[in-house]
Design a protein around this ligand. Sequence first.
Ligand code: C2E
Ligand code: CA
Ligand code: CA
Ligand code: CA
Length: 279
Amino acid sequence: ARSDRAHRYRVYDDEMLEGVKERMDLHNDLHRVIKNNELALLYQPKIEISTGRIVSAEALVRWNHPTKGLISPDRFVFLAEETGLILDIGDWCISEACRQLADWQQQDVGPVRIAVNLSPRQFTDRSLPHRLQALINHHQLQGSVLELEVTESTLLDDTDRAIKMMQQICSMDVHFAMDDFGTGYASFDYLKRYPFSTLKIDRSFIMHMCSSEREGSIVQSMIEMGHQLGLVVVAEGVEEQEQADSLKAMGCDFIQGFLYSRPVSAQELQKLLVEQPFS
Ligand code: C2E
Ligand code: CA
Ligand code: CA
Ligand code: CA
């Protein structure tokens, strides 16, 4: 029995070692990600429930690794956050989104807005508003075509400074969405104090909203509260028609999820935008 146990431990160790090794490999490769042009944005449409039209899309980053293939942000964003590389990666995402918006503007595709995810480190960077403005000017965009999605953890650090920075960015007509609403400790407090214009109900609530009456009521209350605060409400992770129907009945404004579309390439989104019937 003893050697059995020793054997088990060794297997476990090997697995841990593999994990550490993968982390280190990715970590080393991450430094070259921008120079080697290995990042890509996918876009997931947000549908306006009342019209069924795509009015906006969330940009979701992917790492196109030369040997490991497509790597999802859950595997490298936290690494990049630890090393500070997220600043460069975040910059790349925002500027790529702006470039794409300008491209669509020139081709008369749309109108569509793009929402970019911001990570905590990016929010500690005081030059963010200035650089955003420079990008908007460079691409001749209106601020209102850009949206920034932030979670509670993004804002944790320095409340006053975060609010000030958000206000600065809002004055450029760039709007903020509170992402993953309901998963943090003080979601309501954040909505009250920070200049958000959109609330995104986390997927975990949507998942059970039709099978559990309690979860259904929670979603309903979030929508009502959001509207009372003058916010637009988005439900994320909508996978079932039944969920979409209930959300519509509850007065939710936008839905996003696999039911309508998975995250797709810019070309595919463009196709969806061009093909949708004129309102
Ligand atoms: P998130 O902001 O909550 O993004 C939504 C995630 O849910 C995306 O995963 C999306 O593909 C997935 N999703 C959308 N609809 C459905 C659905 O109906 N069912 C299910 N099961 N999943 C759905 P993804 O693209 O892997 O992104 C994961 C997380 O990585 C994001 O969560 C976000 O926190 C982070 N992330 C993605 N792109 C960026 C980025 O450019 N910068 C930063 N800082 N973080 C990013
Ligand atoms: Ca998001
Ligand atoms: Ca989210
Ligand atoms: Ca989420």
